[in-house]
Structures are given as structure tokens and as C-alpha cells.
Design a protein around this ligand. Structure first.
Ligand SMILES: Cc1ncc(C[n+]2csc(CCOP(=O)(O)OP(=O)(O)O)c2C)c(N)n1
Length: 534
């Protein structure tokens, strides 16, 4: 057994079954070991996309994602997805090949300090030393998956990868999860506040998703006490969004903000449950009076986006259980404000009578099977879809909400489908986002999986064009030409369909979901079609 085998076997024992990347000479031993350990290596067209495919497998299975990058350019290409993993709290292991340190003292080709590059954006950046590769991979897995998950980088020197490791130590026990708050005067005060509340509201974020049993605990709590729930986009579906207590996902839409922020002003108690404000735009700075807030989160407040009078770093389920031990609130919203806000939100994002992205999305979302996974890219299309989509379970819609990077939706969907072929996968993208990752249509072809790619074709970086126009700047660098995406899809071996009138989008998606290969649906919309929609 060599060092690469030790890494591969430990990953397999941790539930990993897929790894993604592009080989270079420096990672061939590792790829060989992964395959022999039962981890399938998937060739992508760009390391950034490979990383998102790896993230997709994590959403599907709960096992960490694994991306393999070769020395130099492979590592450099992976930077964006690693930054995304940090901002979006993804347990991503980045395994890179490197020139042996002794050789690098007198050899410069493709050599830079890879560890230093990743150290700033990873929870840890480790170099696997000969003789302690077992400890290194165990440490990496523990760091990536504990607390708020995140990326961990391992640089694996070429000769270390191939070096014999006949007797690795047994694996280490998995780290403890967050625990419940201890009894204290502060907890007693929180219980009194909860008991006295008449207008409580909860806001939940991605710590809830990343806590086993967190969504179930939260759902039981809000139902028992009839507490209306606001979520971030990532936490959409922790309470099914067709539930009367669900006030939708928020964070990027000025229109939704105008309606929803009012509830925090009216509330006499805000429970922040696993709420990580990294997903929220600037309008969510200090949205409430801190003295009204009881917070349970997985990490201490080092963001300063908001403050909480009473806060615990603990499990969300444990925190909520401790809070309700003193009894529930004394009354619930006598003025019925949450129901009014819910109705206002639904009305604000109802698709109009004219053809456009809102109508096309509404048509397609209405035929999306309940068990489907949707991924959505970055841009105007994402904000609108996130507001329109009623998620009925957690992780039903995947997106980049911390880094908000373009080019994530297609590889996220593909990774998810590879890990869990049983669920239909539909990826929604803007035309610029798709053009950023067009090469991955080749990866889609090679996978043979019948994913549906929906692209909103408006020949514009709409979100940015809107901002540009909004501040009175000239139109520059935001509009571009028309690509024949359906033709391209056919060249890549898939189906291609264009929809451009009311009534066509729903049936097109339905047909695509029954196809034996991937389908690309172009939704033709005019430029400036998102004006006034979010
Ligand atoms: C990698 C990256 N580059 C640039 C941006 C800035 N950005 C955010 S949205 C967007 C426009 C995306 O255009 P498109 O895919 O056509 O979506 P639309 O806004 O038209 O819905 C841009 C350029 C980004 N978020 N990520």
C-alpha cells in the first residue's frame, strides 16, 4: 500500500464514491489509488466545474466532495470553487499534486506555493508528509466536516504519493457535533422571553441544513409553537414552503426585502436558528433590534452583520429544545401579520400575463416532480427563481449563495445526478453562465445522464446591466450576441428545444424529463426582461 492508497481508502471509508478533476502527471498515482479503492474518478473540462460536481455529490450523499488538481495550472483553476466552498460552507477536499519540495528548490516550471494560495481560503492547507499521510487525511476529513464545513487542501508530493505505507494507523473516531446549551441564567432569561412572546418570528440559515436532524427539529418546533419562519435561499425547504408558517427564502431580492423585513420590526422576539448571514446582501445588515434576538448558531459571531442579545454556539436542535423546556409563547400574532406578509410575497412574485422569465419559470416549476433537484446559477434568473420556487424539502434547490459565482449550476446538477441517479435534475442558467461552462456539455455527454439544462437567453448579463442602468452608467460590457445553444446541444449528442411563447415551457420540460439523454431548453426572452420583477 502506498500513501495514495491510504488517502483513497480513508476517503472511501468516509463515504466518498466519486472524485472529479483533470489529471496531470503529478496526480496519476492518486487517481489510480482512488479507482482501486472504489472511488470513480470523473474527468471534467475545468477544475472549477470539477469542484462543483464534487459539491453536488455532497448534497446528494452527505459524504465530502473530492476534487483532484494537478500541479500549477490545475491548482490555479480550482481557486474559485475552493473560495466558493469556504463561503458556501461545503466540505470539499482539494487534493493536489506537487513537485517534491527538495526538487522545487532548484526547479521552477509550474511551481508556486500552492499551500499558501489555499491557506487563505481553506479551513486548513496541509502538506502530506511521508510517514504521516494517514494522520493528514484523517485530520483533513475531520476539519472539513466539523463546525461550519469548508474546504481543506492537501498537497501531495509526487514521491510521497508513491511511497510505501505498509502499516497505516486505524482511522480516528469522527469529531463530536455541536452540543446543546448548558443550564445558565442566560438560558433561563431566554426561556422567560420566549414564554412572554406574542409576536415571535424565526430566521433559519444553512447551519440547520448542515446539522443532522436539524430541519426536522426546526419543523417540529415551529409547528408546536406556530412560529412563522423566514429562511435564507440555502435553507429553503427546511419547512416546506407551501406550509402556512413559511414566509419564504430571502437575501438577494430588494422587492422581497421591502415586504419581509417589516416582520422583524414588528416582532417582539426573533429566534435566529442556524442563521449564517454570509448569504445575505447589504440590506440585511442589522435588520433587527439585538435585544429582541435569541440566537443558536454553529459558529461565533465574527461577521458583525447583526447582533443578538442572547446567543449560543451550539446545535440548533439542542438550542431549540432547551428554549422550549420552559413552555411556549403566550400568544401568537394577534394581528395576523405573518399571514398578510405571506400573501403579499406570493402576490409580489406572481408571474404576470406576459411572456418572460417569470412566466417561463412558473410553467416549468409547476411540472417539476416533487423529488427533483433544481440547481440555479448566478444572475437575475436566480433571484427570480429563488423567490418563485416553493421548495418542499431541504436541498431541493442548489446554488452558490455565499460567493455567488457564475458557472456553478450545470456542474452542481451533474455531480448530484452522478451520485444519485434516481432523482431528476434540472439546471437553470443564464446565457452568460452557460457560456462560462460550455465545455462541460462534453462531460454531460460522457456521463450519459438525462439532465435537463434550461437556459434563459436574453443576450445580456441582466443582473449587472440592471445595476449599470440603475446608477445611470453607460451600457458597456454587459450585452453580447446570440448563441445557437440548441444546435450546440445536438452537436454534443443531446436534445435541443427552444421555447418562446406562453404554454410551451411546461410541456418542453415534461418531455425533457422523459428523455434518454440530456436536453437543453432555450427560453427565449427579450433583453431587459427582468426589469421590475424582483
Ligand atoms: C465568476 C463570476 N464573474 C462575474 C460575476 C458577476 N455577475 C453576477 S451575475 C452576472 C450576470 C450573469 O449573466 P447571465 O448568466 O446571463 O444571467 P442573468 O443575469 O442574465 O440572469 C455577473 C456577470 C460573478 N458573480 N461570478
Amino acid at each position: 500500500m502506498n500513501s495514495a492508497d491510504v488517502i483513497a481508502r480513508r476517503l472511501h471509508a468516509g463515504g466518498v464514491r466519486h472524485a472529479f478533476g483533470i489529471p496531470g502527471g503529478e496526480v496519476l498515482t492518486l487517481i489510480d489509488a482512488l479507482e482501486r479503492a472504489g472511488i470513480r474518478f470523473h474527468l471534467a473540462k475545468h477544475e472549477n466545474a470539477a469542484g462543483f460536481m464534487a459539491e453536488g455529490t455532497w448534497h446528494a450523499t452527505g459524504a465530502p466532495g473530492v476534487v483532484v488538481a494537478t500541479v500549477g495550472p490545475g491548482v490555479a483553476n480550482a481557486f474559485n470553487v475552493v473560495a466558493n466552498a469556504e463561503q458556501d460552507r461545503v466540505p470539499l477536499l482539494v487534493l493536489s499534486g506537487m513537485v517534491d519540495p527538495a526538487e522545487a528548490m532548484s526547479y521552477t516550471h509550474q511551481v508556486f506555493d500552492q499551500g499558501a494560495v489555499f491557506a487563505r481560503i481553506c479551513k486548513a492547507s496541509l502538506r502530506a508528509p511521508d510517514g504521516a499521510v494517514d494522520v493528514t487525511i484523517d485530520k483533513a476529513l475531520a476539519i472539513a466536516t466539523s463546525g461550519r464545513p469548508g474546504p481543506v487542501h492537501i498537497d501531495l508530493p509526487i514521491t510521497v504519493a508513491a511511497a510505501d505505507q505498509p502499516d497505516p494507523r486505524p482511522g480516528r473516531p469522527s469529531p463530536d457535533g455541536p452540543s446543546a446549551p448548558a443550564e445558565s441564567d442566560a438560558l433561563a432569561a431566554a426561556r422567560r422571553r420566549f414564554h412572554a412572546a406574542e409576536r415571535p418570528v424565526m430566521i433559519a440559515g444553512l447551519d440547520v441544513l448542515n446539522e443532522p436532524g436539524g430541519a426536522e427539529a426546526l419543523r417540529g418546533f415551529v409547528e408546536r409553537h406556530q412560529i412563522p419562519l423566514v429562511t435564507t435561499y440555502k435553507a429553503k425547504g427546511v419547512l416546506p414552503e407551501d406550509h402556512p408558517l413559511a414566509l419564504g427564502g430571502h437575501g438577494l431580492s430588494p422587492r422581497s426585502e421591502k415586504i419581509i423585513l417589516d416582520i422583524f420590526a414588528r416582532a417582539d422576539l426573533v429566534i435566529a436558528a442556524g442563521y449564517d448571514p454570509i448569504e445575505m446582501r447589504v440590506g440585511w445588515r442589522n435588520p433587527w433590534d439585538p435585544s429582541k434576538v435569541i440566537e443558536f448558531a454553529h459558529a461565533p459571531n465574527d461577521h458583525d452583520m447583526h447582533y443578538s442579545g442572547l446567543s449560543w454556539v451550539c446545535s440548533v436542535a439542542g438550542g431549540l429544545a432547551a428554549l422550549e423546556a420552559g413552555g411556549g409563547p403566550s400568544g401568537i400574532w394577534p394581528d395576523g401579520a405573518p399571514a398578510k406578509i405571506r400573501a403579499d410575497l406570493i402576490e409580489a412574485f406572481a408571474p404576470g400575463d406576459d411572456w418572460g422569465p417569470g412566466m417561463a419559470m412558473a410553467e416549468m416549476l409547476s411540472v417539476l416532480p416533487a423529488e427533483a433537484v433544481a440547481t440555479v446559477d448566478t444572475g437575475a434568473h436566480r433571484i427570480l427563481l429563488s423567490q418563485q420556487f416553493f421548495c418542499t424539502r431541504p436541498r431541493a434547490v442548489l446554488q452558490s449563495t455565499g460567493l455567488c459565482t457564475m458557472g456553478c449550476a450545470l456542474p452542481l446538477g451533474l455531480g448530484h445526478k452522478i451520485a444519485d441517479p434516481s432523482r431528476p435534475v434540472v439546471t437553470f442558467m443564464g446565457d452568460a453562465c452557460l457560456e462560462m461552462v460550455l465545455g462541460e456539455l462534453g462531460t454531460l455527454r460522457d456521463s450519459g445522464l438525462p439532465i435537463v439544462v434550461v437556459v434563459f437567453v436574453d443576450r445580456s448579463l441582466s443582473l449587472i446591466e440592471l445595476k449599470q442602468r440603475g446608477v445611470g452608467l453607460q451600457n458597456a460590457g454587459v450585452d453580447f450576441g446570440r448563441t445557437d445553444f440548441t444546435g450546440l446541444a445536438r452537436l454534443y449528442g443531446g436534445n435541443g428545444v427552444t421555447v418562446s411563447v406562453p404554454g410551451d415551457a411546461g410541456p418542453a420540460l415534461k418531455a425533457a424529463l422523459g428523455a434518454d439523454r440530456f436536453t437543453l431548453i432555450e427560453v427565449e426572452i427579450p433583453r431587459r426582461a427582468y426589469d421590475g420583477l424582483f
